[in-house]
Write a protein of this length. Structure first.
Length: 342
């Protein structure tokens, strides 16, 4: 069901509008002429801020998260190499095969209990190395936050990093919700970035109108990015409007305030329904998503009033997602609705 007007959606953090500070920054950037394709003051400022914040060698803007993933992963792959990812990853499931079509590389998937890869799970896909008949694993793609709303702890990231370094594997971190992960772990973005070779930092789900940043942590990978980004049709001509949004998100750590709020609304929701009869929450709530299992009748009843995704039809698991602008009143109304249903 399309969502319009004032209807409250728990379908996705993509359903929310943009943060007023971001919209203001776009309006403020709408002054006179500026040279195109990122040769403007807003882009110079925002990329410098991002490089500093992440400790990155390079920062580049693209239009959306799928493009960030294709650009980021592709930077580290030769044509015959493969990327290992969780079977549930956005890269594998929800990007219409962009990696396979645009890059032409193979994705080697692994089933995970909670969206997270471990050294053992990665090792299960390392067979055939050195065999010319087999695509050669080279990049491990992890999402921080995962599709299950879970976060890798800093020590899990350190373990993955050590394993990947020993195995000659590079790490790409899909950070479409990196702000939510940093808010959950109460850490700096640089503390997450140091475990990746390349990562994305999502603006859209954090209150931007549109735009994601690709952070390149290895100096030797930076030079290729401008050419690949252009070939992949992600070089924005009026880039100042994307860049200005990021400066707004970084100012006074708005990204963290917004992510913390979204996460706290998800926790409030989970705490409000955890003990309700017939409700089981599938994954630990570590970001801005709650995945309760509900009976089919209950789901149908609730969907008359609220918008949300059915995550696993067979198990009756739905995804309820909060955003920077979700209010406690809206959450409490959904809690009451869930408790009264069924
Ligand atoms: C984890 C993750 N990565 C990447 C994306 C892709 O973003 P986009 O839809 O902007 O291409 C999404 C979008 O939902 C996502 O959840």
């Amino acid at each position: 069901m399309p969502v319009t007007g004032n209807h409250k959606s728990f379908g996705s953090d993509n359903h929310s509008g943009a943060h007023p500070e971001v919209v203001r920054a776009i309006i403020d950037a709408n002054v006179g002429d500026a040279t195109a394709y990122g040769n403007d003051d807003w882009t110079a400022a925002a990329t410098a801020e991002l490089r500093d914040l992440f400790g990155a060698a390079g920062a580049f803007f693209v239009f959306n998260g799928s493009a960030a993933n294709v650009l980021g992963v592709g930077l580290m792959l030769r044509p015959y190499e493969a990327v290992i990812s969780a079977e549930s990853s956005h890269l594998h499931v929800d990007e219409c095969g962009a990696t396979e079509r645009v890059l032409g590389n193979k994705i080697l998937t692994v089933a995970t209990p909670d969206g997270k890869l471990t050294p053992e799970l990665i090792a299960s896909r390392l067979g055939g190395r050195g065999d010319e008949h087999r695509a050669q694993p080279r990049v491990v793609e992890i999402a921080q936050v995962t599709e299950a709303g879970t976060c890798y702890s800093l020590s899990e990231l350190a373990t993955l990093r050590d394993f990947c370094s020993a195995e000659g594997l590079r790490i790409y971190m899909d950070g479409a919700r990196l702000a939510n992960a940093a808010a959950h772990l109460d850490c700096e973005l640089a503390e997450l970035a140091r475990y990746a070779d390349v990562l994305s930092f999502g603006g859209t789900k954090n209150g931007a109108v549109a735009g994601e940043a690709v952070l390149v942590m290895r100096e030797e990978l930076v030079a290729d990015v401008p050419y690949l980004r252009k070939q992949q049709m992600q070089l924005g001509s009026k880039m100042r409007f994307i860049s200005a949004q990021f400066s707004a998100l970084l100012a006074d750590k708005l990204w963290r305030t917004s992510a913390r709020h979204a996460n706290s609304m998800a926790l409030r929701l989970a705490d409000g329904i955890r003990d309700a009869a017939g409700v089981t929450i599938r994954y630990p709530v570590q970001s801005n998503a709650v995945f309760p299992a509900l009976s089919p009748d209950r789901i149908a009843e609730l969907r008359r009033e609220w918008t949300f995704h059915i995550w696993d039809e067979t198990a009756g698991v739905v995804r309820l997602m909060t955003a920077f602008d979700t209010s406690p009143t809206e959450v409490d109304a959904l809690i009451a609705g869930i408790r009264a249903s069924g």
